[in-house]
Structures are given as structure tokens and as C-alpha cells.
Design a protein around this ligand. Structure first.
Ligand SMILES: [Zn+2]
Length: 351
């Protein structure tokens, strides 16, 4: 039974009126912490690696690359928020430190971290992604945080990119991470409430239930992390880049032509059609050309959309995701003070 007013899963406020409807789902917005959440659904695992053409092709491409190629390429294909996260890790951790990436997907962040001299471990819910990375020699496991192997290394930092918005009990997940890895700072990313396309009233199809169950504000993510037990929380909005503008426009067009399978609005037949197109591309001889076109168009978009991205940045809009850094209570005080000064230069601290 769905109600038009429900309890916020983060701050517990009961003042969350209906914001919008999407298919059979109700999306509510908490008046206190501004979290937007889909009511009454539990997360279920959706394999975007086979139903989203861009994901499918980039993941498949990673599967064809050698470990060396992936490492060399890794940093360049990372989304902005993950580049910023890697920069933070390089500033704050020594080479050889261990990083656990929860929800590693195709493994680009793992590869980029290895290239930067870190020791990396991955946890993931997609069997295909784990199998693919195991073959390359990555240390990854199909596991939840709870079942993280006891004999595996304790991390110096944990990363959680674009995961929190998929789970139905986000505070529980954060609490579990802190409980299992009590010394490690947590770096997470989630779609930004200030991303430029929202300004134009375009919300991407992936940002609806049952794919995304929550949409985060600065306030709600801080409340969630502090409720989970983290001590300090910093939020950074990433800059809009030309590539980001191009990616959103591409997404809009794919959606227009029904080539984007994330939303529920597509029928099984339509999803099957996309899966067929993707598998045909994977087998085809023009595959290499497609990779090249993908790379070249990305590079060109950087220049082409640069003026527009500068305008968006001046307006205070952001790129796709925000980066959130949470420090646990046990994070050494002395290092924290000197590190905070460094962090303060780069991160907007807001209460
Ligand atoms: Zn709330």
C-alpha cells in the first residue's frame, strides 16, 4: 500500500510529500533533508552491462584489453568525480596503500589506482564483471561488504561510486561499511543535485526507479553519513566538461530513439532489441571503427562544448556527479588536522 506521505529513509522525518510519479512509482521529497526517494520498493539487481548500449560497449571493450592497456587508459576514461577521488587518494595515502572499490563494474577505477601505485581490491554484485577482472589478474570478489573475506587486506580507503542511489537502505549500507572498515575514509560519488541538465529540466532515464531509488542533496548525504557514524563529511561538486555535455546530449538522443534501456518504460521486446543490437556490434567487423568514433567524438566534444561548459560553470552548475569524502572517528587526529587544511583548499565545506 503506497501513501502520499512517508517517512524519509535517511533523517526519519515524516514530512515527505509527493514530488512526482514515474510509471507505477511514487517519488517523495523529504522537507527536512531534501532527499528524494522512491516509495515502497526494494532494490533489485539490474544488469546495466547488457542493456545499456554505452555501458555494454565500454565494458566489452575493457574485457578485450590487456591489464597493461587498461592501466594506461584507466585514468583517462574515469568520470570527473572519480578523477578527483584519485587525486585525493594520491595526496593523502602513501604508495602501496590498499583501496577497496565497492561496485567496481568494468574495473577502470581499479586499473587507474594500480597505475597510480596503489594496491587494489574490488567487491561487486555483477558476476560478469567479476569473472572478467579475475581473468585479468585483479583481486576482486563477488561479495557484499558483510561477507568481505577475513584474510583479505584491511583498506586504507574505501570507494563507493554511483552505488548509494541504487539501494533501499542507504544508511544501513554506510553503517556496514564503517563497521567492517572502521579506519578507512570513505569516498563516494552520486549524481549531483546541481548538474547542468537538471537546470534545463532534463533528468536522465537512469535517475528513475527502479534503477535509482534515491536522489541526494548535500544535506541528505551528510545526514546519512553522520548517522552511519562518520565524523566529518566534505562535498565537492565537479566542473562541467565538454565531454559531460556531449554525454548528456547523446543520452537524450538515445532515449528519443528508444535505444536506452534503463527505464521501465521500455517493453521486454524493446529491451531485447537493444541487447541484440549490442551483441551484433560486439561481433561485427566495424567494432574497431565504433571504438574510434567513440574516442574521437569524445575528444572533439571537449573542444566544441568548452565555451558552453565555461558558461555553465560560471552559473554554478556542476558535472554529472558530486564527490563526497567521509572521515571515520578513528582517523588519526594529527594527520586529520594537516590533511584538513589541504582538503579545505579543494573542498567546499558546508554545514
Ligand atoms: Zn529526510
Amino acid at each position: 500500500m503506497l501513501h502520499k506521505v512517508a517517512k524519509c529513509p535517511v533523517c526519519g522525518s515524516e514530512n515527505a510529500p509527493l514530488l512526482e510519479r514515474s510509471e507505477s512509482f511514487l517519488i517523495l521529497q523529504c522537507r527536512r533533508c531534501q532527499l528524494q526517494f522512491a516509495q515502497g520498493i526494494r532494490e533489485e539487481y539490474i544488469d546495466v552491462y547488457t542493456t545499456d548500449p554505452i555501458y555494454a560497449i565500454t565494458t566489452f571493450r575493457a574485457s578485450e584489453m590487456s591489464l597493461k592497456e587498461m592501466r594506461e587508459r584507466g585514468y583517462h576514461v574515469l568520470p570527473e568525480a572519480q578523477k578527483q577521488a584519485l587525486l585525493w587518494l594520491r595526496r593523502h595515502l602513501n604508495a602501496g596503500s590498499t583501496i577497496i572499490d565497492i561496485g567496481h563494474g568494468a574495473g577502470w577505477f581499479l586499473a587507474a589506482c594500480e597505475q597510480a601505485g596503489f594496491n587494489v581490491v574490488g567487491l561487486e554484485a555483477s558476476k560478469d564483471a567479476v569473472t572478467m577482472l579475475l581473468k585479468k589478474g585483479f583481486r576482486v570478489v563477488l561479495s557484499s561488504v558483510e561477507n568481505y573475506p577475513d584474510n583479505w587486506p584491511e583498506p586504507d580507503a574505501v570507494t563507493l561510486f554511483e552505488v548509494i542511489e541504487h539501494v533501499s537502505e542507504p544508511v544501513e549500507l554506510l553503517r556496514e561499511i564503517l563497521y567492517r572498515f572502521p579506519r578507512a575514509p570513505l569516498l563516494l560519488s552520486t549524481p549531483s543535485p546541481r548538474r547542468w541538465n537538471l537546470y534545463f529540466k532534463y533528468r536522465e532515464p537512469f535517475d528513475y526507479p527502479p534503477n535509482h531509488l534515491t536522489r541526494w542533496s548535500v544535506r541528505s548525504i551528510k545526514v546519512a553519513l553522520k548517522k552511519a557514524g562518520y565524523l566529518s563529511v566534505y562535498v565537492q561538486f565537479v566542473r562541467v566538461t565538454g565531454e559531460d555535455i556531449y554525454a548528456r546530449i547523446r543520452q537524450f538522443l538515445l532515449q528519443r530513439f528508444k535505444l536506452e534501456a534503463t527505464p521501465l518504460t521500455l517493453s521486454l521486446v524493446e529491451k531485447q532489441r537493444i541487447t541484440n543490437i549490442v551483441s551484433r556490434i560486439k561481433r561485427s567487423r566495424i567494432k574497431q571503427w565504433m571504438y574510434d568514433i567513440y574516442d574521437i567524438s569524445n575528444k572533439l566534444s571537449k573542444l566544441f562544448f568548452k565555451p558552453l561548459s565555461l558558461i555553465f560553470n560560471t552559473l554554478g552548475l556542476s558535472g554529472l556527479s558530486m564527490l563526497v569524502i567521509a572521515l571515520p572517528p578513528t582517523y588519526e587526529k594529527s594527520t586529520m588536522i594537516c590533511r584538513e587544511t589541504k582538503v579545505a583548499k579543494n573542498f567546499h565545506r558546508r554545514e
